[in-house]
Structures are given as C-alpha cells and as structure tokens.
Design a protein around this ligand. Structure first.
Ligand SMILES: [Zn+2]
Length: 123
C-alpha cells in the first residue's frame, strides 16, 4: 500500500517570501494566510485582484476594491534572512527534538525557538 503524500507546505505564516513566477515575479511579501489543503498562500499586498463591489444599503464602499488573492505556494520561495534571497528549504532537528526548517544555503534556522510559544500562546 502506498500513501499518497502531497507536497509538504514549506511556508508558514509570517514568512517573507519571494514570488518567482507570475505577474508579481520578483516581489516580496509577508505571508498572511496559508491554506495547505489548497496548496495556496495569501501574501500581504501581492497578487492583488480588483473586485467590484456593489454598495449595498448603508455600505459606503461601492466601487472597486483590491484584494489579495491566494497564490499557489509553488510560485514562491521562502526568503532566507541571512542570504537575503529566495532559497530552498531544508529540514533539521534541533537538540531539543524540535523540527525546524533551515536554509539549504547557509543553514540559517527559519523556525527560531519560540515559534511554539507563538502558536500555543495567546490568541
Ligand atoms: Zn540562507
């Protein structure tokens, strides 16, 4: 029996990513949402699409608004803070057993300890 595994999402919220293809190619932005099921992410200020809204009663925003449309995760690379460019993501396990993502170039750790608190803490 074979377990089908989708490509693992290497991108997490608040990562800075570089768009490598499409109309926003070369731009960077911070990841606002990840949708692993769809393999899509939403990046702040990127992949904007215009949406026409009809001012319903009381709404003052009739016209066109720009919203951030989800982008295929495969169209971006995570930006390494030390290399300062889009890099491939590798994995390593820290001494404390925590699995982290790291830069395949320089080995910088993307998931600095503390990410657990970030998720487990307030919210
Ligand atoms: Zn690096």
């Amino acid at each position: 029996m074979e377990i089908k595994r989708g490509k693992k999402m290497e991108i997490k919220r608040d990562d800075t990513v570089l768009v490598i293809t499409g109309k926003d190619k070369g731009k960077r932005g911070r990841v606002r949402e990840v949708h692993p099921a769809d393999d899509k992410i939403v990046i702040e200020g990127l992949n904007l699409v215009k949406k026409h809204t009809r001012g319903s009663m009381g709404a003052r925003q009739a016209g066109v608004v720009e919203i951030e449309a989800p982008l295929k995760a495969g169209k971006v690379m995570v930006v390494c803070p030390s290399c300062n460019r889009g890099v491939r993501v590798g994995h390593t396990v820290l001494a404390n057993g925590q699995k982290v993502r790291q830069c395949r170039h320089c080995g910088a750790n993307f998931d600095r300890d503390g990410i657990e608190e970030k998720w487990g803490g307030h919210r």
